[in-house]
Write a protein that binds this ligand. Structure first.
Ligand code: DMJ
Length: 521
């Protein structure tokens, strides 16, 4: 081969290697670096508009207040913190992590559902053309971080390029908490009508899954055809945490459309299964309305069902007594079945055989919120004990990142699943406990988490999970989880922000950390 031809082949080969995954014509993005103005935006404060009432529908998004704070972290760190005021050094660190994560997705996978930073590839749910799961899940975090240009860009893309009229089978639960919840929250924060239009269209498609004899929704629905079915991997049975973590989002759909069908349909599922909740905890699986498979606790299969008992009650202005009673009963059972070993407390440990899932770490935040709203001091004690245990799970490993599942005994933790996949539950609990107690340790522990993530999980094009938290360097898993942007970074952002960043009397978070506005009578 001649030298010229050889050079051409080499050039072509390396050009193909560098080809970004998000370079299709439908995407407005190129792989050019983010506009420098945007890079400056990352220094902005959380906008004041967040806690104000939503703008009238149809008006453009309010201009965000962007402060001019550009101090270097080292200077900011020397400034004393007012109680409840912001911790600028760590806020800056979290914003940089958000910026770095968003830059990877935005540059290489804009509009796609999930981004894999190591291989620089993307995955779309149901192998469709993409419904922008990552960008929708991230949207309210971008808003809270003051990244207004990115917010505008995402809203425009959702308006002009995303269609749910796709022949794809999606999880009703995941699509509701991440996509519908993300659209609704961003709509309530920005007032952008395109988000409402898309939320209502998606909600109508998801609603088809409830069209069953019992009213308990199937796990999967085809967004185009409305065909719905159970999960074959679960014998076709419905799962408590899935069927019971849709009601907040459907309630907000009712609030913004004035159509009661969303709320009544979603509530019917709870009414159908509540007979299985004799002890306070409910059955894990359902065939129709019949419970099976033992009871579900605060880990997988149960977690967000219990979360929604308290939070739906808050969302509707404390008017639904069924939800409050079910929460009181579940909380009391969990309190009485929690067990300690080796100085660590496992909520509901008597029934879980002292297995602690990272997923269950969210319950510290839930009990802290319950303490604030019910005044039950035992709930605050339980919340703090759970936070101590989850912090110890991080502190026990060589990366200072927690394993996904541990067994707790007098001799400490032994990991039965040693991965950490950028999960939010522990920092969620630190956020609530910081707001409630103002104990500095919760911010310190949150700082340890972002430091460990920066040290071990930051890669060239984003952040990825670790397959083994006890190996240094940890083997990576090539997935920028959408909940890293939606939840983990949002709770960290709020942990280090001033309390006024988001008022917990005005908003309640869905299980994917999307703040939904509390309804006032
Ligand atoms: C999130 O998608 C939600 O918080 C869900 O309720 C369960 N956990 C994942 C992240 O760990």
């Amino acid at each position: 081969m001649r030298l010229g031809a050889l050079l051409f082949v080499l050039w072509l080969f390396f050009s193909l290697l560098r080809m970004p995954v998000g370079s299709s014509n439908s995407s407005p993005r190129s792989d050019a670096p983010i506009d420098p103005h945007e890079a400056e935006e990352i220094h902005s404060a959380v906008p004041d508009e967040v806690n104000k009432p939503p703008p009238t529908q149809g008006t453009p998004a309010p201009p965000l207040v962007v402060s001019a704070e550009n101090e270097a972290p080292s200077t900011a760190a020397q400034q004393p913190l007012a109680a409840g005021g912001e911790d600028r050094e760590h806020l800056q660190q979290v914003k940089q992590a958000l910026y770095h994560s968003w830059k990877g997705y935005r540059t290489y996978a804009f509009g796609k559902d999930e981004y894999l930073p190591l291989s620089n590839t993307a995955k779309n749910w149901g192998n469709g053309e993409g419904i922008g799961v990552t960008m929708v899940d991230a949207l309210d975090t971008l808003y809270l971080a003051g990244m207004r240009e990115s917010v505008d860009e995402v809203v425009t893309y959702i308006d002009e390029h995303i269609s749910y009229d796709q022949d794809i089978k999606v999880s009703v639960f995941e699509t509701t908490i991440r996509v519908l919840g993300g659209l609704l929250s961003a709509y309530q924060l920005t007032g952008r009508d395109a988000l409402k239009r898309q939320a209502v269209d998606l909600g109508n498609r998801l609603l088809k899954a409830f069209d069953t004899p019992s009213g308990v929704p199937d796990n999967y629905v085809n967004l185009k055809t409305g065909h719905h079915e159970g999960a074959s991997w679960n014998g076709g049975a419905a799962i408590l945490s899935e069927l019971g973590s849709l009601q907040m989002e459907f309630r907000v759909l009712t609030d913004i459309t004035g159509d009661p069908k969303y709320d009544t349909t979603a509530l019917k599922a709870i009414e159908a299964i509540k007979g299985s909740c004799g002890s306070g905890l409910c059955a894990r699986n359902f065939r129709g309305a019949s419970g099976m498979g033992g009871t579900a606790g605060l880990g997988s299969f149960g977690d967000s069902f219990y979360e929604y008992l308290l939070k739906y009650w808050l969302l509707v202005g404390k008017t639904n007594t069924m939800y409050r009673e079910m929460w009181d009963k579940a909380a009391s059972h969990i309190l009485h079945t929690s067990r300690a070993a080796g100085g660590h407390l496992v909520p509901n440990g008597e029934e879980t055989g002292m297995t602690m899932e990272h997923l269950a770490c969210f319950s510290g935040g839930l009990f802290a919120l319950s303490y604030v709203e019910t005044g039950n001091e035992q709930h605050l004690k339980l919340a703090e004990d759970i936070a101590e245990t989850c912090h110890a799970m991080y502190d026990a490993t060589s990366t200072k990142l927690a394993a996904d599942v541990v067994h707790v005994s007098e001799s400490g933790f032994s990991a039965s699943d040693p991965k950490y996949i950028l999960r939010p539950e522990t920092v969620e609990t630190y956020f609530y406990l910081w707001r409630v107690t103002k104990k500095q340790k919760y911010r310190d522990w949150g700082a340890h988490v972002i430091e460990a993530c920066d040290r071990h999980l930051k890669v060239e094009r984003g952040y990825v999970g670790a397959n083994n938290v006890d190996q240094i360097p940890p083997p990576h898993n090539d997935m920028l989880e959408t909940f890293w942007l939606a939840e983990t970074l949002k709770y960290l952002l709020l942990l280090f922000s001033d309390d006024s960043a988001l008022d917990l009397k005005e908003f309640v978070f869905n299980t994917e950390a999307h703040p939904l506005r509390i309804r006032r009578a």
